[in-house]
Design a protein around this ligand. Sequence first.
Ligand code: GAL
Length: 416
Amino acid sequence: MTMMKKLHMSAAILALSTTAVAAQEVEVLHWWTSGGEAAAVGTLRDTLAAGGIGWQDMPVAGGGGSDAMTVLRARVTAGDAPTAVQMLGFSIQDWAAEGALANLDALAAEQGWNDVVPAALQAFSTYDGHWVAAPVNVHSTNWVWANSALMAELGIEQPTSWEEFVAAMEAAEAAGHVALAHGGQAWQDATIFNSMVMGVGGPDFYQAAMVDLDPAALGSDTMVEAFQRMETLRGFVDDNFSGRDWNLATAMVINGEALFQIMGDWAKGEFVNAGLTAGNEFQCFRVPGTEGTVTFNSDQFAMFNVSDPAAQEAQLAMASAVLSPEFQVAFNLVKGSVPARTDIPSDQFDACGQMGMAQLAEAAANGGLFGSMAHGHANPPAVQNAMYDVITAHFNGEYDAATAAAELVTAVEIAQ
Ligand code: GAL
C-alpha cells in the first residue's frame, strides 16, 4: 500500500477522534489463518496501525468459522467479549437479538453506508433497523478453481455443463492426476453441496429447499439427484481427503497435483498469495449448472458492547476503516473476495475479481443472488449445522442419496 493511501486512511481514521485513538487497540477474534487469509488480516492490521490503533490478534483456526463461534460463546459467557469479531449472516442476527452488539447507526449515517452497501448485505448488517456490523467483503461460494497447465495438458476447455465437468475429471483421473481436490470437513462438504442443489434444481428450488426449508423440496427427487451428484464428486477425490484443511486442497491445484477444487473465492487468496495470476496459472469459473446465480456470504465485523469509552472509540475507528473505499480495495485484492461497497471500480481487480463483481451485480439485479447455506446466509446456525451433519454423513458413505434426502427433512424439522 502506498504511503499516500496509508496517510489518506490514517487521516480518515484520525478524523474520528484524535485524542482517544492514540492509545487504543482492538482485540479481534477471527478465523483467518491460511496464507492468503493472514495476508488479508495484515492489510487491516496495517490500516489500523497507520491510524495509531493497535491490533490484538485472536485467531481461531478452522475454516468456515464454527470453532471461532464456539470460542466466542465461551468468551462472552465468561464476561470477556473481544472488541470485534468476524461474523457471518444469521450469527450476527442471533447476537444482535441477544442485545450483545454495539449500535453503529451514527457512523453509518455519517459515512452513508445505506447508499453503498447492497440490500442483500444490509439484511445481515442491520438488526431491527439498526446497524450492528460493518461488512468487509462479498465472497461467493459457487466457484471452481482450475490448474491451467493441467487443463492444457489434458486438452480441456472450461466445462459449461455437468456432463463436461464430469468428463474433465474423468480425463484427469485417467492421466493419473487427482481430479477434485477436497478437504473432508462438514463445512467444505456443505460448500460443494450448496452448488449441487443450485446446479440440479435451479434458483427456485434452492430458495424452496435451502432458504424456505420446504419439506417437500428437501425430500424431493431433485434433492436425491443433488446427493447423487455428491456421490459422483466423492468418486473423484483422493484417498487422503478426510479432514484436510481447505487451503491444503487449494495447494494441490496450485502445485498441479489436482485439476479442480470447488470452493468459495477465499481460495483465490491462496493463488494470489502464491504469486499466481488469474487467467494464467489458474482459472476460475462458476460450478457448472449454477451459471447466472451467485451464492454469497459476507464477512462482517460485529462490535461487542463494551463500557470503556476508549474501546468504543477504537471500535468506531475500526468500523470506519473497514468501510473506507481504500481499505475495501486493499483487503479484497488479497482476500479473493469482492468489495462490500457497490461504488468501487472493478478495473483494479484481476480477471476473476472483475467477473465476480459483474456477476454479483447482475445476480442482485435479476433475482439470481442467494445466501450461501454453507456459510450462514440461508438459515440460522442450528439448521445449518443439522444440514451439515446429514451432508457429511452421506459424503462419507453412511447412507445413500434417497436416505440422505429423507434424513435432511427430519434433521431440519428437528432443528427449527
Ligand atoms: C468463510 C469466510 C471466508 C473464509 C472461509 C474459509 O466462512 O467467510 O472469509 O475465511 O470461511 O475459512
